[in-house]
Design a protein around this ligand. Structure first.
Ligand code: FMN
Length: 334
């Protein structure tokens, strides 16, 4: 019998496949079908700092009519009502998702700065969240903001969220940090139990005819996995965090690579949007078959086998790989 169990974010999961934060958790039928097909945990779609703060401002505005601050603060923000139902509706949906499934459900808070909105960490815990994923999708545009300043701010935020909750905390990061492994170690010291690598960076496209900067969302492909595999492989065994991969997991082979790099959680969204949540079942079937062929009896046996710590040639993760690739030049895969 193949043992697919793993531990992620303080919970024992039946297998490593986690439905990552996405609109899937807005639909209870989809959530139930995903669980029936093997989803071992869910991350809720995000509740955004801006939404929480806007609602507080709205209340403030009604209490103190005449202030200009509300209009100013909300002018440039998208109306998120089509994505989630605002802070109260979010808590309600979280309760419903929790009631619909028996696997862990993690809330997702999305923000970048310490503020009153952080109290929602406690509220999502009270609503039943088994953990909190904090997505710190930040776009630093101020030339005066140093890397040190930005990372210190991140640690303050993680400590502030941590102080609100007793359930475990994960931090979902972008790949753009100067010293990612140091950052991960600091996140652990600040109270995080897991890191989710990496946010996809949704760069806007430039419309040169209308002179506009336009939002741009495309589903991922497996090639995007490589950045994640690299950094999970480098961090595995060097930081005391559970590591989850998000971005580019589409097949069982992708998932196996994540585990062999060192991940305990393997997250999916694009593949489930493209093929339906039944795709989880296919991945699990293929995973079991592959493990049986290779005579692995547990995912624990596979974990980290291709990490920097374990590979016979560590230069594959370092500058040696870069030099090797350049020397090979254009190959048959072009
Ligand atoms: C339509 C859509 C909505 C998403 N919403 C969120 C969100 O609310 N919060 C979040 O942290 N990530 C969100 N994501 C990002 C996914 O959780 C995931 O990290 C990303 O899509 C990369 O994984 P994938 O390659 O499996 O799609 C969203 C992705 C998509 C496609």
């Amino acid at each position: 019998m193949t043992d697919l169990t793993t531990r992620y974010l303080g919970h024992s999961l039946a297998n490593p496949l986690v439905v990552s934060s996405s609109p899937i958790t807005r639909d209870l039928d989809l959530v139930r079908t995903a669980e029936d097909n093997g989803a071992a945990a869910f991350v809720m779609h995000s509740l955004f700092e801006e939404q929480i703060e806007a609602e507080s401002l709205d209340l403030h505005h009604h209490l103190e009519a005449g202030t200009e601050s509300y209009a100013e603060a909300t002018t440039y923000l998208p109306d998120m009502r089509a994505y989630n139902t605002g802070p109260d509706g979010y808590l309600e949906q979280l309760r419903k998702v929790k009631a619909a499934v028996s696997v862990p459900v993690f809330a997702s808070l999305n923000g970048t700065s310490v503020g009153g909105w952080v109290r929602y960490a406690r509220l999502v815990q009270e609503a039943g969240a088994d953990g909190v994923e904090l997505n710190v999708y930040d776009i630093p545009t101020d030339p005066a903001a140093t890397a040190q300043h930005i990372e210190d701010g991140l640690m303050d935020l993680v400590r502030a969220v941590r102080a609100e909750i007793t359930v475990p905390l994960a931090v979902k990061l972008s790949p753009f940090y100067t010293a990612p492994v140091n950052l991960l170690a600091r996140l652990h010291d600040a109270g995080a139990a897991a890191a989710v690598l990496f946010n996809r960076f949704y760069q806007p496209d430039l419309n040169i005819d209308d002179l506009d900067v336009v939002p741009h969302l495309k589903l991922s492909h497996s090639e995007e996995l490589l950045t994640r595999l690299h950094w999970v492989g480098v961090a595995y065994g060097r930081v005391s965090l559970d590591l989850a991969v998000t971005g580019g997991v589409h097949t069982a082979r992708d998932g196996i690579k994540c585990i062999m790099a060192g991940a305990t959680g393997v997250m999916l969204t694009s593949a489930l949007i493209r093929h339906g949540v039944g795709h989880l079942n296919q991945i699990l079937t293929d995973l079991r078959r592959w493990m049986a062929e290779k005579e692995y009896t547990s995912v624990g046996q596979m974990r980290g086998a291709l990490s920097l710590q374990k590979v016979p040639d560590p230069s594959a993760f370092e500058r040696g790989n870069y030099m090797r690739v350049l020397r090979q030049g254009v190959g048959p895969s072009w």
